[in-house]
Design a protein around this ligand. Structure first.
Ligand code: SF4
Ligand code: SF4
Length: 341
């Protein structure tokens, strides 16, 4: 697990913009710019706020949770995902790459990641979806246009746009400008944050946000540090402050067996959250290991715990502890067969 304190602030990326992907800035942190670095856009999301939503996953995070389901958003820099199982060995990326980062050695494709400058040329050259680009730079207008493509579905379902990550509030100026733009067209706006950012980042987005999805991982600081690389003090302080601002908050707890599913840990959540102003509900999100392959795809060490996901009974028992504290607890709950609903 990397130490967030050692992470650089969002850097300026390579100047070589290829394949229609502009990577010149690579992302930025509250620098007054209105361009953002977006790892991915998910359409028709149903667990990221009310209704059908378009979720933008922004690059960069101030935590490093061992179970992270979106490891491609942790680094603030653009990066290439190589999905080995889809690679046919056609060699088109070898020809496309000006840095010699793709090579065929003994008949097998090898990605020399250290040579890659994330220009994106190989991604455009690959016909088989074996290469993915995480970290597209977007203007506010481009991002707003991408969101508005699905506005019919928002109107039908009461949905909207969610800014997630990573930690979207590391790019607070971009989030504020995008939410302000979407607000002009009446789109519902949610910000999904882990809260480990200066309060000024919340101040930037508060006037333009309809709902905060606020992740809380553990209330024991030592356990929090061990599994996220950072203290929870700022997260709790910001949550309490945010709760006094008059904007609805949905707290989201990742239920990770062996980390925060003990009775003591759940009781601590209940004590902290019960009675919090403007808290609408608590969403209990079961840990799963489906993202494990993403770590290999981006060349990151796999930090995911070896633990099994919580089953339906374990989720229900955890939810029951929170409900007895007076909280409105929602799923997605695991199905008896293992999937989530
Ligand atoms: S272009 Fe795609 S499929 Fe072809 S060798 Fe490169 S990664 Fe594999
Ligand atoms: S491997 Fe990196 S440097 Fe080479 S084409 Fe792909 S993105 Fe550009």
């Amino acid at each position: 697990m990397s130490n967030p304190a050692e992470r650089p602030t969002l850097p300026h990326g390579p100047g070589n913009a290829g394949a229609g992907i502009d990577t010149r800035s690579g992302g930025m942190q509250n620098s007054g710019t209105t361009r953002g670095c977006v790892a991915d856009i998910k359409r028709f999301a149903v667990h990221d706020g009310p209704g059908i939503r378009t979720t933008l996953f922004l690059k960069g995070c101030s935590l490093a949770c061992s179970w992270c389901h979106n490891p491609e958003t942790i680094s603030p820099s653009p990066e290439i995902g190589f999905l080995r199982g889809r690679c046919t060995g056609c060699g088109r990326c070898v020809t496309a790459c000006p840095e010699g980062a793709h090579v065929v050695r003994d008949g097998a494709h090898v990605f020399e990641r250290a040579a890659c400058v994330a220009c994106g040329r190989c991604v455009a050259a690959c016909f088989y979806g074996a290469l993915e680009y995480y970290g597209r730079e977007m203007s506010v207008s481009e991002a707003a246009a991408a969101v508005l493509e699905d506005r019919t579905f928002y109107a039908m379902s009461g949905g909207g746009c969610t800014l997630s990550g990573g930690e979207p509030l590391l790019q607070a100026d971009f989030c504020a400008a995008l939410c302000a733009r979407l607000g002009q067209t009446g789109i519902h706006r949610a910000v999904d944050t882990a809260g480990a950012v200066p309060w000024a980042a919340f101040e930037a987005v508060l006037p333009h946000t309809d709902l905060f999805l606020y992740d809380v991982k553990h209330l024991d600081d030592q356990a929090h540090r061990a599994h996220t690389g950072a203290s929870n003090a700022l997260i709790i302080e910001n949550l309490q402050r945010l709760s006094r601002q008059g904007v609805p908050i949905e707290v989201r707890i990742p239920l990770v067996p062996g980390f925060n599913d003990s009775n003591d840990a759940l009781q601590a959540f209940g004590s902290c959250l019960a009675g919090l102003p403007n808290l609408t509900r608590v969403r209990l999100l079961p840990f799963h290991a489906l993202a494990r392959s993403k770590y290999a795809a981006i060349g990151r060490s796999d930090t995911m715990p070896a633990t099994q996901p919580p089953d339906a009974a374990a989720w229900a028992a955890a939810a029951d502890v929170l409900r007895r504290c007076g909280l409105d607890v929602r799923g997605p709950a695991p199905r008896p067969g293992g999937s989530v609903v």
